[in-house]
Design a protein around this ligand. Structure first.
Ligand SMILES: [Fe+2]
Length: 498
């Protein structure tokens, strides 16, 4: 390995015992460039030479001492990326230079309070649906028009970075006033990016499409009955699927500027199905059993039906977490996938009858699903879900489902080892849907190291075929994306290009 410490960001965090600031969630402040080749001491196994692309993972990595209570979703966006080409790997890590990052750097302290504190504790107005949070750009990453689009779950700006070098280009000019939510979606077949946003003012939601030329080409209101908290969306070849779920801020408390989430089990889940470039009058609403779904997998069209896979929470409003530190009981509960019980689930929307039918696909707690993105919006066979660590917002393994055969296989990372969402990286010239690798960053608490692992997607249970030890242990994170070199301009900016 050749490693270069590029910059160390100055932190003001005081020693503490916060459960999401230690162990796998311990923040780090060093920004690295590193190159790995086969034969290096840090490479266990062989770096495959049959993939060309980049794995990008974002996450919340708090820099400053928080104002009040800290929720891990408040943390500053920190992107880790590892690219592969010709049997070599290049790793880079950079904080997203958001407007909030720069303002707090100048102030030398936190200026915005987080999710668990009342808005008046923020020293200035913020971004997004809640309106007083810092847009940390810490939630999600997508690849569009050759660049990373980095986004925030409560809506905000879209920050743009080079996927290989992590060079930063500021914010996208096409983002509307209400911002964009995390989980915009890219159709590799057309190069279009679909997005939504939500807010506390009517019509409460919008939907938009950005062309492959990176220009906004479509933007419509999606009127809702009040402020809602959607997190993810899905698309098929011709339709976009948005949702209105019965988990949202308590309306009475909201009038007093208190943001308290409440589940309404007597209300239906609603899905908006919109032709990709459709108008508000084209929206068709479908009703389904009440739940909350944080993440969808894939969606596609089949005859008169649109089919959507995702993770149906059995307990969208869990009871308090046992033995949580005082004041963190609700936070700990909502982060515990073992309490939320998200189950792999299938919704079928019949465009002729207007009816929804539902089917449970697996009774295990699973979330953060990935699949081969070349099949996005189309029928697919293989899904790769993360296995939550009970009690925590951490993942201890992966499950591969063969959705046609109804079978699955598992791999666990091992004791004290927690992984990141693991997207599918297709092998160069792959013919099969599962011909490629799953890529993840692991935090190993026993050795206090982090590594990138590559798992043969045709043999998940066998575990990694290659492990690459990173320059230091990194903080756990949220979402990821794999971008093949040929999907981002043949990887011309790859730092590994010959
Ligand atoms: Fe998410």
């Amino acid at each position: 390995m050749t490693a270069e410490l590029v910059e160390t960001i100055r932190t003001t965090i005081q020693p503490n015992d916060h459960p999401y600031m230690k162990d796998a969630w311990r923040p780090t402040y060093n920004e690295w460039n590193a190159i790995f080749a086969n034969g290096d001491a840090e490479v266990i196994g062989t770096i495959p030479d049959d993939i060309d692309g980049v794995y990008v993972r974002t996450g919340e990595n708090q820099i400053h001492e928080p104002i009040g209570r800290y929720h891990p979703f408040d943390g500053d966006g920190f992107i880790h990326a590892i690219s592969f080409k010709g049997g070599r790997a290049s790793y880079r890590s950079r904080f997203v230079r958001t407007k909030g990052f720069e303002a707090e750097k100048e102030a030398g302290r936190s200026l915005w309070a987080g999710l668990m504190e009342p808005p008046h504790k923020s020293t200035r107005h913020g971004w997004g649906a809640q309106e007083w949070l810092k847009d940390s750009s810490s939630t999600d990453v997508a690849i569009h028009a050759g660049k990373i689009i980095s986004t925030f779950y409560q809506c905000g700006e879209a920050y743009r970075l080079d996927p290989f070098t992590l060079e930063q280009f500021g914010t996208e000019s096409w983002v509307p006033l209400d911002g964009i939510s995390a989980h915009c979606k890219v159709d590799l077949a057309t190069g279009e990016l679909m997005f939504f946003n939500y807010s506390k003012h009517a019509p409460y939601m919008h939907y938009g499409v950005v062309g492959a030329d990176n220009r906004l080409k479509h933007y419509i209101p999606v009127p809702l009955a009040g402020p809602r908290l959607p997190h993810d969306m899905a698309f098929t070849e011709n339709y976009t699927i948005l949702n209105d779920m019965p988990l949202y801020w308590n309306e009475e408390l909201l009038e007093r500027k208190l943001h308290v989430v409440q589940f309404h089990p007597d209300e239906k889940t609603r899905f908006a199905i919109i032709p990709r470039h459709g108008q508000p009058e084209d929206i068709r609403w479908f009703e389904a059993e009440p739940t909350y779904t944080l993440h969808w997998l894939n969606a596609w069209e089949e005859g008169d039906e649109i089919i959507l896979d995702g993770y149906y929470q059995e307990e969208p409003m869990p009871k308090s977490y046992p033995n949580a530190p005082e004041g963190l009981e609700r936070m700990m509960a909502y982060l515990d996938q073992g309490l939320l019980k998200p189950r792999l689930h299938r919704w079928r929307f019949n465009l002729n009858t207007g009816k929804t039918t539902e089917q449970r696909l697996d009774d295990r707690d699973l979330e953060f699903g990935m699949f081969n993105h070349r099949y996005a919006g189309k029928p697919y066979r293989y899904a790769y879900s993360a296995i939550p660590e009970p009690g925590w917002f951490l993942f201890r393994g992966l499950v591969k489902h063969d959705l046609n055969a109804g079978t699955s296989e598992e791999y666990e990372f091992g004791p004290g080892r927690f992984g990141s969402e693991a997207p599918f990286a297709p092998r160069i010239d792959a013919k099969d849907e599962d011909d490629g690798y799953l890529v993840s960053f692991i935090a190993d608490l026993e050795t206090d190291t982090s590594e990138c692992v590559l798992i043969d997607a045709k043999n998940v249970a066998a575990g990694p075929v290659c492990r690459i030890i990173l320059p230091e242990r990194i903080c756990s994170g949220t979402h990821t994306v794999w971008a093949s070199g040929d999907d981002i301009g043949m990887g011309k900016n790859s730092v590994l290009a010959a």
